[in-house]
Structures are given as C-alpha cells and as structure tokens.
Write a protein that binds this ligand. Structure first.
Ligand SMILES: Nc1ncnc2c1ncn2[C@@H]1O[C@H](COP(=O)(O)OP(=O)(O)OP(=O)(O)O)[C@@H](O)[C@H]1O
Length: 223
C-alpha cells in the first residue's frame, strides 16, 4: 500500500511528494554465536504503508521485530525511526509492538490493561477504552481478568491497545494468530484505518494476507 502526499510548491501548484519514511533499516543484521539470523536487510517504511515480513519458521521474523523495538541490539547496521537514529526514548510514543506474548497482565482486566498502556505510551485523542474494547468485540468482557479470556479474546484485548495509543508505527508479530475469520477482518480493518491516517505497519504472518488497499510490500527472510 503506497500513498502519495500532495503538497503545494511555491508557485501554488500541487505536486506529488513521497510520504515521509517512518521506519528504516540500513544494512541491519543480527547474529547468534557469529551465525547470521537475518540480514543485512535494507527497507524503508513510509507513512501510509504496510510491509509484510515473510519467511519460514526460524527465519528470523520475531528476531527482526525484537531488534526493531530495541529488545535486542543489532549485530550490524542501523534502525532509524522518523528520520532519527533509534533510541529507546523516542520509541515510546512512536512505536507500538504486538508480539507473541501480547504484553497483557493476566490478573488485570482488559480495561485495566489499557489504562497501563495509556500510562506508558500515551492516549490517542478522542478514543476511550470502552469504545476500543467494543470495537475489538470485547463488549461485556471489559472488567473480566484477562486470564479468564479465550486465546482469541486475549488477542483482541491486545489489539485494543493499537486503537488507544497514538503510535504511528505498528510492529505486529503474527497478529492473525488465534483469531477467527471476523478477527482477521478486524485486524485488516485496523491496519487500513491506521495507514489511511498516515500510520505505517510492519506485519509478520505465515498465512496469506490480503488488504483492501492492495498488495503490501513484502520483505522476505530466509532460514
Ligand atoms: N532466545 C533464543 N535463544 C537462542 N536462539 C534463538 C532464540 N530465539 C530464537 N532463536 C533462534 O533464532 C532463529 C530465528 O528465530 P525467530 O523466532 O526469529 O524465527 P521466526 O521466523 O519468527 O520463526 P516462527 O515462524 O517459527 O515464529 C531460530 O533459528 C531460532 O532457533
């Protein structure tokens, strides 16, 4: 998915400009015991764009996500976020990560988990937790401890965080796992809305993924 931003030049004419790069990998690589896990990898993710990270089991998709979020240090190369060298300080309000572990506190309710996320990552203007939970299909489960939810409902509770926090860059590791057909459509809907308002997303998935906005760019990793 690729959007072109329109801007006026100094003669008042409308010209097409490239949307800004939100996330960039430059010769990025990661090693374990001196063996490359992935890379060197170069890509630039523009505002309004979805890129799909593909690869077999063990090819390094989750490791790439962890490097991009700062959980792992790159073995080589550089991550740039909104044009600046990656730093954990600039990450907090800019990047949100949804990984295999979902980042939920199981003794808290979905609503309480969202309050924790809002405290850490900020709150998108005009969005409240109840509406976000209703949108992901958790109306009636807002105040249940997360440990009592099904796997798919837990995933939906984690997805509600995407609606609430203002981060422009979404890193989604297997966002479709454990979801039914309606849940898969929900993820696509959230992605489409996010990119339409200038956000960007990097998504890993084993399955075929289709977005209404067209073919996403593909980044292929090899085991
Ligand atoms: N904590 C770890 N310690 C040592 N090696 C690890 C660790 N986590 C992953 N690996 C290894 O790193 C490689 C990449 O793993 P990674 O989880 O990034 O792959 P993946 O593409 O996400 O796999 P999958 O599709 O199965 O989720 C694999 O060979 C894996 O065995």
């Amino acid at each position: 998915m690729d959007i072109r931003a329109a801007a006026r030049n100094n003669r008042g004419m409308t010209v097409a400009t490239e949307p800004p790069i939100l996330l960039e990998a430059r010769a990025l690589g990661f090693f374990r015991q001196d063996e490359p896990v992935f890379g060197p990898l170069d890509f630039a993710l523009h505002a309004g764009e979805i890129a799909l990270v593909e690869g077999d089991n063990g090819s390094g998709k989750t490791t790439l996500m962890r490097v991009l979020t700062g959980m792992l240090r790159p073995g080589e190369g550089e991550v740039r976020v909104e044009g600046a060298t990656f730093s954990l300080d600039t990450m907090a309000g800019t990047v949100v990560f949804l990984g295999h572990h979902l980042g939920l506190k199981f003794d808290l309710s979905p609503r309480e988990n969202l309050a924790v996320s809002a405290g850490l990552y900020g709150l998108r203007e005009g969005v409240d937790a109840g509406a976000a939970l209703a949108e992901v299909g958790l109306a009636g489960f807002e105040d249940e401890p997360v440990r009592r939810l099904s796997a798919g409902q837990k995933k939906r509770a984690a997805l509600a965080r995407l609606l609430l926090v203002p981060a422009r860059i979404w890193l989604l590791d297997e966002p479709y796992a454990n979801l039914d057909r309606e849940g898969i459509a929900l993820v696509n809907r959230l992605l489409e809305r996010h990119t339409a308002r200038g956000g960007a997303a990097l998504v890993t998935s084993h399955g075929a993924v289709s977005f209404a906005g067209g073919e996403p760019r593909r980044i292929r990793l090899h085991a």
